[in-house]
Write a protein that binds this ligand. Sequence first.
Ligand code: ADP
Ligand code: MG
Length: 429
Amino acid sequence: MPIRLLSSEVASQIAAGEVIERPASVVKELLENSLDAGARSITITIEEAGKKLIEVADDGSGIPSAELELAVTRHATSKLVHSDDLFSISTLGFRGEALASIAAVARVAIASRAVGKPHAWRIEVEGGTIGAVAPAALAAGTTVTIEELYFNTPARRKFLRTEATEWAHCDEAFRRIALAHPEVAFSLTHNGRAQVRVQAGGRRSRVEALLGDAFVLHAAAVDADAGDVRMSGLAVRPAYAAEGPLTQYIFVNGRFVRDRVLSHALREAYRDILHHDRQPAYALWLTLDPRRVDVNVHPQKTEVRFRDSGAIHQFVRHAVERALAANAAEQPAVSAAERLGIAAAQMPPLVATDNLGASGQQRQDANHSNPFTAQRGLMLAAGEPAAFYRQLFGERTAVARTGPARSGRLPSRVCRNGACPPRPTRQSG
Ligand code: ADP
Ligand code: MG
């Protein structure tokens, strides 16, 4: 076959595939846009796991009517001006391709009222064809409505998984962003049912709402800084680390990332104190000068490259090691219980649960079945007496008193060389 140029329609559908892999990618991109626009409150409505509808309404700065068409044009962004800006990115978006990509594979409507304007304007795009800008009714901010994702790319649509799986991806995308930005209120509805509603607040309350009280109760506070690099958040103490899939969240300058340097640093921090069949669990925020990290590594921007990865690795590892060691020496369980105003003796036993259903009471805010979060973390089981809890607290307290003072390692109560104290039975409800 001779070499031919792809039609612009096919080319943009291919490009869209890199950014919009599945409905969850739309959720991520739209939420990032709302955050970049300075939204304080974001409402997300999803139907059929995003295959039918994804709508994100924010109260951010809005898009001027004259720019609505540009917003859905590829490589048009308000966030970068010079190529130098690429090396100091402080916004979540910057590539100017999300809305254009979504518009290439879905029906898109954007209504927006720019700050200070008398009313809102609206634009519709279908399969890449941009309609006229028309007046609309909207009190403030921007509402982006995405319908019938992949309606014009049936092959892509066929690759979507079951509604439960796609929903789990959407929920996880939401969770990453809502955790990263506790200063913003979020509400999430799926198929007409409220899933999550969280007020603006601090990190601790956001983690509690989205990852459960037990996560907070059994975590050590991490707080360290070295010049312009700062890390804070929560790292679950080894005795409470889960066996199942991961609850591992690291945010770099407000962005969820999957980074080998960071996850290796975390594994190292837990290495000598965590039984080999357990996984570290954490929610950590790393902030640093944007010039020290390259986020333009991949279209989806979950990968980053640190300019000085060795120093970052050391910093993160030590920050978490110190937090876990200090926490172990402080009889943490008792103080954690006190913090919540609960007497330790009244507390039900801890159960590593493999089913989110069991955690419903702990997670009223986030009461939904998500295979990602379902099997992670620890939940408080209802009912049984506090013997196991007391045993844990008693032992830990004793070890904390007699154990090595702040040696940089946890005392050896927790699973060493495969020898773990008895664990409660797994709960399957
Ligand atoms: P990027 O975020 O990389 O700039 P997008 O395609 O996601 O690219 O968005 C294009 C432009 O549309 C943004 O740069 C921004 O100016 C505008 N925009 C998109 N969503 C919103 C929103 N919710 N509020 C305000 N402006 C928005
Ligand atoms: Mg964007």
